[in-house]
Design a protein around this ligand. Structure first.
Ligand code: ADP
Ligand code: MG
Length: 247
């Protein structure tokens, strides 16, 4: 425990909550499939950043979490890696069939951010497939995109959907997508999401979940409204907050 705390202090990581898992010192600690690690390495990602050091093991426990870290600190991987691992685990038990999924849902405040996140996921899933792992299908669910173009993915079952709130709500309401199998909900840039007035949409999205879910909230800042939102929507969360000091 003392060692863990020393690692956190070194990286300016503040944690709050019960039964917080130990920080990791490298990506190998998390049993992340080799093709993904190699793909990350090829892209210059060799060692976890502070938010990843504590955020990845926290997200892997299945607990709700709030991840706060400044822009450019690597928050995206902190929530996409656990989403992939969940999807892989599900897929290895019962392969997804027509009309099913997603297992994981990532909600972003803008189309560009959703697209970037989706592309990062696609690249990791491509590496996985080429490395002999099952195919994982991701769906980009944003306005301005013709969903018919992704009809194949929708038809064969979606593992992870990356969405903006409006389009996602629309698809859930129309039954073109369902959250019946969804166990993992991540909200990226939650501060912006709330500032942009998406809070009601997000609540409405949450009402579509059938099972108990893991909810994650990522943000660069933690204003009062994020704390209130977390209080209402997360269960016994772990807070991982990376300070600016030393960054
Ligand atoms: P944030 O969401 O916190 O603003 P991103 O997840 O978008 O940050 O990451 C910012 C950049 O850092 C991206 O180009 C990403 O590929 C890169 N990156 C992420 N994790 C690492 C890492 N562990 N080592 C090096 N670069 C990384
Ligand atoms: Mg980000």
């Amino acid at each position: 425990e003392e060692e863990w705390q020393a690692v956190r202090e070194k990286h300016h990581i503040i944690v709050e909550g019960e039964e917080i898992p130990p920080p990791i010192t490298n990506f190998q600690d998390m049993k992340i499939p080799k093709p993904i690690l190699e793909h990350l390495k090829r892209n210059g990602i060799k060692r976890p950043t502070p938010i990843q050091i504590q955020g990845i093991p926290t997200a892997f426990t299945g607990r709700d979490m709030i991840g706060i870290a400044f822009t450019g600190s690597g928050k995206t991987l902190t929530f996409t890696l656990p989403a992939i691992m969940q999807a892989l685990e599900m897929e290895s038990k019962i392969p997804f069939v027509r009309g099913e999924g997603p297992v994981g849902l990532i909600v972003c405040p803008s189309r560009e951010l959703a697209r970037q996140t989706y592309e990062g996921l696609q690249a990791m899933c491509k590496a996985l497939k080429e490395g002999g792992y099952p195919e994982l299908r991701n769906l980009l669910c944003i306005g301005g995109i013709n969903m018919a173009d992704q009809g194949d993915v929708l038809g064969r079952g979606v593992h992870i959907a990356v969405a903006t709130p409006g389009r996602l709500m629309d698809m859930l309401d129309k039954g073109r997508l369902n959250a019946n199998n969804c166990k993992y909900l991540c909200m990226d840039e939650a501060d912006r999401m709330i500032d942009m007035g998406f809070e009601e949409d997000v609540r409405s999205i949450m009402s579509h979940f059938k099972y108990q879910r893991q909810t994650l909230l990522f943000s660069a800042t933690m204003p009062r409204k994020i704390q209130d939102f977390a209080q209402q929507s997360l269960i016994n969360p772990i807070l991982v907050n990376v300070g600016r000091a030393g960054a």
